[in-house]
Unconditional design. Structure first.
Length: 442
C-alpha cells in the first residue's frame, strides 16, 4: 500500500511540475534542444520567392500555352540532379530484401521482430533489418528460390530475381478529403459523419481517421523495354539489356519509371530517413515528394525571373558555339556536344541555384495534374493542381505535367516556361524525375 501511495505522489508531482514551470509565466514547452535542419544529402536550398510563371513574351499571344501569371512559392530543398540509376536501384534492392526477409521470417524468427520492448506481441511483426542475409546459405537458398525466375524463363541459364515480384506496398494520407468540412470530426456527436473515396473511387462511410489513409501497390522495377518500344525501326536493344543495372550507367538518370513509381519512390525515401531519425531519438523531417509544376519552373529559372532557359540566356549555345544541354539540336544531330541518348548527370554547367540538367537529358515528372487552363484557377500562393485519377476515369484525367525537355526533344521544350504532359501509368525512355522536400521554417 505504501508503494502505491508513493507512486501516486510521484505522478502528481511530475504532472503538477509540468503545469507550474516558468514561475507562473507563459514560457512554452521546453525541448532538449532547438531544432536545426541540416542540408539534406544531395539536395540544394531553393529560397522562397515570386516569379512570372509561363512562356516567354515572344510566344504566340491569346493561346492557352502562353498564359502567364505571377506566382509565389515557399522555400524548399531540391535534388541537385535527377535521380540516377544507382539511387533508384537502392529502392529496388530494398524491396527485394524486404521480400526475402518476409520469406525467411516464416521459418527463422531472427528476421522478424514479433514483440516490443515490453514483451507485447506486434501484429503484423516488423522486419529485422539488422540481421544480415547470407544468400549463399543453403537453408536460406531453398526458401528464397521462389524469388527467382523459374528455369524455363531464364535467358542463357542465368539465375535472376523475378522482377515481377518486386512490389512495394505503400500508404499516404489524403489531406484534401480530410480537410473538407463535411468530413471533419463532430465533437458534439463524437463521431465522423461524412463520406470518403478510396483510391479506386469507391465511396465509403467515414468511421474513423483510417478512412483518409490510402493504400496502393506498385511494381518498382523500371520498364527497361521502353528503349525498344518508344522507337520504331531503331536498334536500341543494348540499352534495354544494360542501361539500368550495368555499373557503366550508374550515374545516368533513371528512365522507364511511371509517375506512380516516382511517387512511391518519394514515399519510400521519406520512410527510410524518418525511420532512421526515430531510431536515434531525433525529430522527423518533412516528406520527400515530386515538385509541383510551379516549384519546378521557379527552381529552373535559378532566381532569374525573365530568363528563357535555365542558364539565363536566350540561346542554346555558349560564346564558343557549344550547346548548353543534351537535346536534339539543328535537324536532329544527336550527339552534337551531347549524347546520342542520355548522359551521366551534371555534365553541363548548373543554373544559378546550382541545379544540374534542368533542361535536357531527361524530362521530369512533377506532382501536378495537367490542365490547359490551370494557370487561371490555381492559387497564386504555392500553386498546384492535383487530381488522384481513379481507374474508371477517362484518360484525359490521368495526365501529369512533365518539364524540362529531354535528349530526344528539340530546343523549344527546354524553355523554362514550356509545359507538356504524359499519362501517369506510362513509362518512357526520356522521362525521369527528381525530388523536393519542404523547408521547415521561413
Amino acid at each position: 500500500m505504501k508503494k502505491v501511495l508513493a507512486l501516486s505522489v510521484i505522478v502528481v508531482t511530475v504532472l503538477s511540475g509540468c503545469g507550474q514551470s516558468g514561475g507562473g509565466e507563459l514560457v512554452g514547452v521546453s525541448r532538449k534542444a532547438a531544432f536545426y535542419e541540416p542540408d539534406p544529402y544531395g539536395m540544394l536550398f531553393i529560397p522562397q520567392g515570386s516569379f512570372n510563371m509561363g512562356p516567354a513574351d515572344e510566344d504566340l499571344a491569346y493561346t492557352m500555352s502562353s498564359q502567364k501569371r505571377t506566382m509565389s512559392v515557399p522555400s524548399f530543398w531540391m535534388d541537385e540532379t535527377e535521380i540516377t540509376n544507382s539511387e533508384y536501384r537502392q529502392f529496388v534492392y530494398w524491396v527485394r530484401d524486404s521480400l526475402a526477409r518476409r520469406l525467411l521470417g516464416e521459418q527463422f524468427e531472427e528476421f522478424i521482430i514479433a514483440e516490443d520492448e515490453f514483451g507485447n506481441p506486434i501484429d503484423p511483426p516488423f522486419l529485422n533489418w539488422d540481421e544480415p542475409i547470407d544468400w549463399r546459405n543453403e537453408e536460406y537458398a531453398a526458401i528464397l528460390e521462389e524469388m527467382f525466375l523459374p528455369e524455363n524463363e531464364r535467358f542463357f541459364r542465368r539465375k535472376e530475381v523475378d522482377t515481377r515480384k518486386l512490389v512495394y506496398d505503400y500508404q499516404w494520407v489524403d489531406l484534401q478529403q480530410a480537410a473538407k468540412k463535411t468530413n471533419r470530426y463532430n465533437y458534439e456527436t463524437k463521431e465522423y459523419e461524412g463520406m470518403a473515396y478510396d483510391k479506386d473511387g469507391r465511396e465509403r462511410e467515414i468511421t474513423d481517421r483510417s478512412a483518409f489513409i490510402m493504400s496502393d501497390q506498385v511494381l518498382v522495377y523500371p520498364d527497361t523495354l521502353v528503349w525498344v518500344a518508344d522507337f520504331t525501326y531503331s536498334f536500341n536493344e543494348p540499352l534495354t539489356e544494360k542501361y539500368f543495372w550495368h555499373p557503366g550507367f550508374d550515374e545516368y538518370p533513371v528512365v522507364g519509371v511511371t509517375w506512380k513509381q516516382a511517387t512511391a519512390f518519394a514515399i519510400w525515401r521519406t520512410n527510410l530517413l524518418n525511420d532512421y531519425l526515430i531510431s536515434k531519438g531525433e525529430p522527423v523531417v518533412s516528406n520527400y515528394r515530386l515538385p509541383s509544376e510551379a516549384e519546378w519552373e521557379y527552381a529552373a529559372r535559378g532566381g532569374l525571373d525573365q530568363n528563357k532557359y535555365p542558364w539565363g540566356g536566350y540561346y542554346t549555345r555558349n560564346n564558343q558555339g557549344c550547346f548548353l544541354a543534351n537535346f536534339k539540336p539543328l535537324r536532329g544531330r544527336y550527339g552534337d556536344d551531347g549524347g546520342m541518348y542520355t548522359m551521366s548527370v551534371a555534365n553541363f554547367a548548373p543554373n544559378d541555384f546550382g541545379l544540374f540538367d534542368m533542361a535536357g537529358n531527361v524530362a521530369e515528372w512533377t506532382s501536378s495534374a495537367y490542365d490547359e487552363s490551370s494557370y487561371g484557377f490555381m492559387h497564386d500562393m504555392s500553386p498546384t493542381y492535383k487530381y488522384n485519377a481513379r481507374p474508371e476515369d477517362p484518360e484525359v484525367m490521368k495526365r501529369k505535367v512533365i518539364r524540362g525537355g529531354s535528349w530526344k526533344d528539340i530546343g523549344y521544350y527546354l524553355q523554362n516556361g514550356i509545359r507538356t504532359y504524359e499519362y501517369q501509368d506510362s513509362a518512357k525512355s526520356y522521362i525521369g524525375f527528381r525530388c523536393v522536400r519542404d523547408f521547415i521554417g521561413g
